[in-house]
Design a protein around this ligand. Structure first.
Ligand code: SF4
Length: 294
């Protein structure tokens, strides 16, 4: 699909017409576009999975950011959930997806190495969902590699139709896109059809439409870290609905186009300038004043 504006619907039609898995047609298309062998792309995916695993491990050590604003929540949550008799509100898949998503986002805030999937700010969502599914659904790294190919292509479709940047389109374009990528990967890893991948993507985008980018003091910490956790939960709920046969009334490509419209009409104050939303609250402003005076 060497085309400026990519279409998830076209990938879905292609996979269905040829009775092939979505990741297969995407991989074939990517290899053709990049003039490379599929095996080279698969090797790159394995490298990324390795970095994702390391960033989860680093985050779980309880790292804190250099600013001192955030850190330690993934470790706290993991330790709390592991206590005997602890009654979690979430099931095991969601629990670990949340812990891992926070861990990677905290690793990012602490200047650790992460995979920007699709951005550093939203880097926790995809590893959170992928590695929780690996643990609880007995998946291999080869399985995850296939999910990563689907996720990456969903990200490329969004980038081609709009943007993956908070400065361009608010957090809907970062955490929203990451959630859509993770939902599509989850559906595909759990044996869902190509059409079900499309519905999961559309559901996440609809649920996160209009989310503003409002980082306190311009640092990718508050609200970014917890939003990674929230976005991972959105991905799982969308995957759950889609796998149960629930359809999105608005198709994925149109949902992405709606995100573009909302993003383009979003005031600058809500697009990573730290001039609005949570960044403009008294608590945030007082902290930023102290931080920048140091
Ligand atoms: S609030 Fe802004 S900086 Fe933070 S994750 Fe969302 S888009 Fe990125």
């Amino acid at each position: 699909m060497a085309n400026n504006k990519l279409s998830l619907e076209k990938y879905i039609e292609w996979a269905e017409k040829e009775h092939r898995a979505l990741y297969e047609v995407m991989l074939e298309d990517n290899a053709k576009d990049m003039d490379t062998a599929p095996i080279a792309i698969e090797a790159k995916m394995q490298e990324m999975l390795q970095v994702m695993q390391e960033s989860i491990d680093f985050g779980l050590t309880g790292v804190r950011s250099r600013s001192g604003l955030t850190g330690g929540s993934a470790k706290t949550l993991a330790e709390t959930m592991a206590k005997p008799g602890y009654k979690s509100l979430l099931g095991p898949v969601a629990q670990d997806a949340l812990v891992y998503a926070l861990a990677v986002a905290e690793a990012n805030a602490a200047m650790g190495r992460i995979v920007a999937a699709p951005t550093a700010g939203a880097s926790g969502v995809l590893p959170g969902v992928l590695f929780s599914l690996k643990k609880h659904r007995n998946l291999s790294n080869i399985d995850l590699q296939k999910g990563l190919i689907v996720a990456g292509n969903i990200g490329m479709v969004i980038a081609s139709r709009f943007s993956l940047s908070g400065a361009m389109g608010g957090c809907q374009a970062e955490c929203g896109s990451a959630g859509a990528m993770a939902a599509g990967a989850a559906v595909s890893l759990l044996g869902g059809s190509a059409e079900q991948v499309g519905h999961a993507v559309a559901i996440v985008i609809k649920n996160m439409l209009g989310l503003v980018c409002d980082p306190v003091a311009g640092l990718v910490e508050v609200p970014c870290i917890k939003r990674n956790g929230g976005s991972a939960m959105q991905a799982l709920l969308a995957a759950e609905m889609s796998l149960a046969g629930i359809k999105s009334f608005i198709p994925a490509d149109e949902a992405i186009d709606a995100m573009k419209e909302v993003g383009e009409k979003m005031p600058c104050a809500f697009r990573e300038t730290a001039e609005g939303g949570l960044a403009n609250t008294p608590t945030a402003l007082a902290w930023a004043k102290k931080y920048f005076s140091k």
